[in-house]
Ligand binder design. Structure first.
Ligand code: MN
Length: 263
C-alpha cells in the first residue's frame, strides 16, 4: 500500500471508530457525575429542611445543574429525610430525568423545571407544605416581613391559585403548563404561596434557599402571633429590607451550623 493509501485507510478507520464511539462518548459524557460538593449540599438541604420543620415526608429541594442548560438536580421520589447522594437524579430543562435508573420522579418536578426556565437568576428551589404558610395561602392577609431574618419577604409573596390556572385539579402541579402558571405568579419574587397546598421559595444558592425557607416559616408564625395580639402590626419595610438583603450570604452562619448538626 502506498503512503497515501495508508493515510486514507487510517483516516477511514478513525472515522469508523469515531462513529462507533459516538454513542459511548455521549453516554460517558452524560455519565460524568455532577460535582460531588453540590450533591452533598443538596442532600444536606433535604435533611436540614426536615430538621427545621419546613419539610416532612413530602416536599422537595433542587439545585440548578451548571452543566446542563435549564437542567437541575433533584432527588428521586422519596421522603426528604431519607435522601442520600445515590438518590439524586439529573433532570433536563423539560423536567424529565436524563437517566431515571428505574427510579420514579416527584410528580411536581415541573415546579422546578418551569421556574428555572423563567428565572435565570434562580439557582435553587424549595417546594414545601409548611403548616405555618397554609393559613396565609388561604387568606387575604398577605405574609409580610416581621424581622430582619425574613427581610426577603418585605414586599409580600403572591398567592398562586391553581384553580385560576387549571380549573378543578387535585391541587398538584403535575405538568409543565401548571408549572409555567406557577412561575408566572411567582414573577420576580423570592417566594409564592400556593392556595390549598403550600409554597415555593427560590434563591441564588442552596444555603440561601434553605435559609429563606426556614425563616419564612418562623416569620409566618411570628406574624400570626402579632396579628393575634389584635393591635396594629408594624412590619419591616421594603427600604429596610433592601439594606439587609445587600448581604449575599445572609444565611451562611446558620447553614454551617445546620450542616454540623446533621453529623
Ligand atoms: Mn406539593
Amino acid at each position: 500500500m502506498t503512503g497515501a493509501g495508508r493515510a486514507a485507510l487510517s483516516i477511514a478507520c478513525a472515522a469508523v471508530a469515531m462513529w462507533a464511539a459516538g454513542g459511548a462518548a455521549r453516554s460517558s459524557q452524560r455519565a460524568a457525575p455532577p460535582e460531588s460538593a453540590l450533591v452533598a449540599d443538596l442532600v444536606a438541604a433535604n435533611r436540614i429542611l426536615v430538621m427545621e420543620g419546613v419539610l416532612d415526608g413530602m416536599g422537595h429541594v433542587s439545585v440548578r445543574d451548571p452543566r446542563v442548560p435549564g437542567g437541575f438536580l433533584l432527588a428521586r421520589s422519596i421522603a426528604p429525610e431519607l435522601v442520600t447522594a445515590g438518590d439524586i437524579l439529573e433532570y433536563g430543562a423539560n423536567g424529565e430525568p436524563i437517566d431515571a435508573r428505574g427510579r420514579t420522579s416527584y410528580l411536581e418536578r415541573f415546579i422546578h423545571s418551569e421556574i428555572y426556565r423563567a428565572r435565570p437568576d434562580v439557582q435553587a428551589i424549595v417546594h414545601c407544605h409548611t403548616p405555618s404558610l397554609i393559613p396565609f395561602a388561604a387568606s387575604d392577609v398577605p405574609v409580610r416581613a416581621m424581622y430582619h431574618m425574613a427581610a426577603f419577604v418585605a414586599e409580600g409573596a403572591p398567592v398562586f391559585d391553581i384553580r385560576k390556572a387549571g380549573g378543578v385539579t387535585d391541587l398538584l402541579v403535575r405538568d409543565a403548563p401548571l408549572g409555567r402558571a406557577l412561575a408566572k405568579t411567582l414573577g420576580a419574587r423570592p417566594a409564592a404561596l400556593m392556595r390549598g397546598h403550600g409554597a415555593v421559595v427560590v434563591a441564588s444558592s442552596i444555603p440561601n434557599v434553605v435559609g429563606r425557607s426556614v425563616y419564612l416559616d418562623v416569620n409566618a408564625r411570628a406574624q400570626m402571633q402579632a396579628l393575634a395580639l389584635g393591635g396594629r402590626v408594624t412590619y419591616v419595610e421594603p427600604d429596610e429590607a433592601k439594606l439587609r438583603m445587600a448581604d449575599p450570604n445572609e444565611y451562611a452562619r446558620a447553614w454551617d451550623l445546620w450542616k454540623r448538626k446533621l453529623r
